[in-house]
Ligand binder design. Structure first.
Ligand SMILES: Nc1ncnc2c1ncn2[C@@H]1O[C@H](COP(=O)(O)OP(=O)(O)OP(=O)(O)O)[C@@H](O)[C@H]1O
Ligand SMILES: [Mg+2]
Length: 142
């Protein structure tokens, strides 16, 4: 994720902060890939549409879900003005396939804030008794 954000910075001059508050074993390779793709599209959108100078990315755990928040300080000032294209639709459908979701909001004073949620226990988990702490944790090596 850092290398993706560094590429953004080098290519566009947009600065970033990344705050990751989850342990490696809480995010499986699959969960990571999901978040990574959301971040990739969000960064592309920030560069193409926002006029932002800074992006804040955070990853944290919230009860039974993992949350990635991406907030830019660009020009977006109304959610109603955002017409969903292919990029946002793909993000949404990828997340909902995994029992997650995407939400959009306007940051203060302006800018877009995207939040991607992934449940800690995947719908396809075979062992429901597995500890809640094990957000998407792989049983094998990681
Ligand atoms: N960070 C942002 N700041 C301001 N507007 C945004 C931002 N991200 C998205 N938008 C608005 O939302 C629209 C939809 O974004 P979406 O990614 O779905 O489509 P797109 O980027 O236009 O095309 P593509 O299908 O190639 O991704 C954009 O056209 C833009 O108007
Ligand atoms: Mg896009």
């Amino acid at each position: 994720m850092t290398s993706l954000l560094n590429r953004m910075k080098d290519a566009s001059g947009i600065g970033y902060t990344l705050n990751a508050d989850i342990d490696d074993d809480e995010l499986s390779a699959e969960g990571f890939e999901l978040f990574y793709r959301v971040l990739q599209e969000a960064v592309t959108n920030v560069i193409r549409h926002s006029g932002a100078t800074h992006v804040k990315v955070s990853l944290h755990k919230e009860e039974d879900r993992l949350v990635m928040r991406i907030r830019d300080n660009g020009a977006a000032s109304s959610i109603d003005a955002i017409e969903e294209g292919f990029g946002l639709q793909v993000m949404k459908s990828r997340l909902s396939e995994r029992g997650g979701k995407l939400s959009l909001a306007i940051a203060h004073p302006s800018g877009l804030e995207i939040q991607a949620f992934i449940p800690c226990t995947g719908q396809d988990k075979k062992e429901p008794e597995q500890e809640k702490e094990d957000c998407y944790a792989e049983t094998g090596s990681h």
